[in-house]
Design a protein around this ligand. Structure first.
Ligand code: WTA
Length: 623
């Protein structure tokens, strides 16, 4: 602990200088108050995120600069200047205020990728309130869980979203999520197609009925730096997703710093981060980081391959995008379509390319570098998490492209001290695989788990006392480069999205006919990992195709269609350790057709014979 405090003070100057770049209403005098595991960054300063992202530009030189170019799959497009963004934020803020939203409230946002969604986020925080954006691919059950956990009184949605030419009726999903909600009093609905949804009188209101047509001004409320800016739910190792809370001043400072140091965003940048607003990348790398820096951005509503696989390259050419940020899972999809889709377009505006969400394997890295970046653009592979607020390990501007290694996220950002440790928390030598921890607090770190401070402590700060545990495996090569190796805990990464095995399993065992279940991720060429479920039916029950479909549907219904299982297998027994822990690794080996390998690396408690016989039985049950 003492060592920690020393190290923190080493970085105090760095963070003080970075923090000072923000427009504080009341300047901070203290950089960090650290009471493990809770950090108060710039604790006595007062600020407002909406002001820092919008007003500073709209009331200044960037007034007429484009903040967002928006397009959809059909080619509809529009653009918002910073002034227009400011006007919309104020108008929505005014409505929220009239419906009683104030500091301390959590507003749930369930919207498609439209500019009003961004304006709503900023409108909420303008009032000092906190938002929870729920990815619009989540099911009504997942939405309900998040509404209930945050006790939201106001939900903001749209009548529908568009994806791959298909209409997704978002308002209907909201209706299902709040049928018996004890808290929701108001639903604000952005109407995109007339008459396409039902409205409950007194509760539901269309934007066009309540949003003022005139310009209005809502003064941004100065809040203390640690005021919760947003809660974002993410999967962990239990069935219940965690609401990760981020504060204001520290988070904003970190997002701003990280985007500057890596992508080098500046006034000339035309930047496109393809992440949905429902994920942390949408929060930090579309809203709070880039907007502080006043850049122009692209927002696309739709999927990458629709109406054709060249759609994104078309947009890069059209808007002369300079910085592009996407995920390996999308890149793998593009690789499959072939380079002719890329070559039809002039991508010479690109200067830097980013990757996030999962390991980018060297082959994909090279394709990205050569085909998209035409050998000219550095690849910024950013390792980070919902909990870390922004990038932690990623190449920074001062690293020459030549020194990048395909597949390595390279080195930590300034002020970040990662370490790789063994199971006892002892740092391992270069070349040895271990658990990735962060040794000192940083301004982007989460304030905690919403409504559950014990869980925050237990999940992140107790495995290796004094250090933040990331849940990832990593290794440093002999030159000190970091190589991320995937999750060390029971969390899957499907197409760059985190899903806990326990989350899936608890949905499956809730089905009457199922006694026990194990969810695993198996190699998938496109998604990185695909979900496979093993389930033990209740005694005496003969499982058939119907039950399989029921399992698949239940997962889609309770979590969302984006985690649809690739396979469901019924077995009589699951391989476990003596202590009763399911050995998912064995199941994975069976599905992937790999050898179980060296069983001595398996759980200590497991007897080798037990493992082998479970394995053989299982294999027999499947084949
Ligand atoms: C994984 C996404 C390798 C990792 C920003 C982490 C990565 C989890 C990378 C967090 C990367 C993210 N290389 N793995 N560049 N970026 N991950 O919370 O396992 O959705 O713990 O945040 O994604 O996922 P989350």
């Amino acid at each position: 602990m003492i060592a920690n405090i020393k190290q923190v003070s080493m970085y105090e100057n760095l963070w003080r200088e970075q923090g000072k770049k923000l427009p504080w209403f009341k300047p901070f005098t203290r950089v960090l108050d650290w009471q493990e595991p809770v950090a108060a960054w710039f604790g006595d300063g007062e600020i407002n995120a909406s002001y820092a992202c919008v007003d500073v530009h709209a009331l200044g030189e960037r007034k007429n600069k484009i903040a967002f170019y928006w397009e959809d799959e059909k080619g509809n497009s529009l653009s918002w200047t910073y002034l227009k963004l400011y006007q919309e934020v104020n108008r929505i803020s005014d409505v929220l205020k009239r419906f009683g939203v104030k500091q301390g409230d959590v507003v749930v946002i369930y919207m498609p990728m439209v500019l009003e969604a961004i304006a709503t986020m900023l409108a909420v925080v303008r009032l000092g309130a906190t938002h929870t954006v729920v990815f619009s691919g989540f099911s009504s059950q997942a939405l309900k869980d998040r509404i209930d956990d945050t006790k939201a009184r106001v939900v903001v949605t749209a009548d529908m979203g568009l994806r791959r030419g298909k209409v997704i009726k978002l308002k209907d999903i909201v209706d299902a999520a709040i049928v018996d909600s004890p808290t929701v009093q108001t639903v604000l609905v952005l109407e995109r197609t007339q008459g396409s949804c039902t409205m409950k009188a007194g509760r539901d209101h269309f934007f066009h009925d309540v949003v003022s047509r005139e310009d209005v001004y809502v003064a941004p409320l100065p809040v203390v730096s640690t005021n919760p800016l947003f809660v974002l739910y993410t999967s962990g190792t239990t069935g219940q997703p965690k609401g990760i809370v981020h504060g204001t001043g520290g988070y904003l400072t970190y997002a701003r710093s990280a985007l500057t140091w890596t992508f080098g965003l500046n006034d000339e940048s035309i930047y496109w981060c393809t992440a949905d607003l429902g994920w942390i990348t949408g929060h930090s790398c579309v809203v709070y980081g880039p907007l502080q820096l006043g850049v122009s951005q692209i927002i696309y509503e739709g999927s990458p391959d629709f109406p054709h696989p060249g759609r994104w390259w078309e947009l890069i050419e059209k808007y002369k995008v300079t910085a592009f940020y996407t995920s390996p899972t999308v890149l793998r999809m593009f690789m499959r379509f072939g380079i002719e889709w890329v070559q039809r377009h002039n991508l010479s505006s690109l200067q830097v390319l980013g990757s996030v969400g999962e390991v980018i394997n060297p082959q994909v890295w090279k394709w990205y570098h050569e085909v998209i970046g035409q050998g000219r653009c550095p690849i910024v592979d950013t390792w980070w998490q919902t909990e870390t607020g922004c990038f932690m390990i990623a190449p920074t501007l001062d690293r020459e492209e030549m020194s990048l290694k395909p597949g390595s996220a390279t080195f930590p950002l300034p002020g970040i001290e990662p370490e790789i440790v063994d199971v006892h928390g002892k740092p391992v030598p270069f070349g040895t695989k271990g658990f990735l921890v962060i040794k000192t607090p940083w301004p982007g770190m989460s304030l905690g788990v919403f409504g559950d401070s014990e869980r925050f402590k237990q999940v992140y700060w107790s495995k290796f006392p004094g250090w933040y545990y990331t849940g990832d495996y990593a290794m440093r090569d002999k030159e000190g480069y970091f190589w991320l190796l995937g999750r060390a805990d029971e969390v899957l990464n499907i197409a760059g999205h985190r899903i806990g095995t326990a989350e899936v399993e608890s949905v499956v065992v809730a089905i009457d006919e199922i006694a026990e279940a194990a969810a695993i991720g198996v190699f998938d060429e496109l998604k990185g990992e695909a979900l496979v479920i093993f389930a033990i039916p209740r005694q005496g029950l003969q499982p058939g195709e119907e039950l399989k479909i029921k399992v698949v549907q239940s997962v889609r219904e309770h979590i969302g269609a984006f985690v649809t299982p690739r396979g469901v297998y019924f077995v009589e027994k699951l391989p476990k350790t003596r202590s009763g822990k399911i050995m998912r690794r064995l199941l994975k080996a069976v599905v992937e057709g790999n050898q179980v390998g060296d069983v001595s690396t398996l759980e200590d408690e497991a007897s080798m014979d037990e493992v082998r016989s479970s394995f053989n039985e299982l294999k027999a049950a499947i084949l």
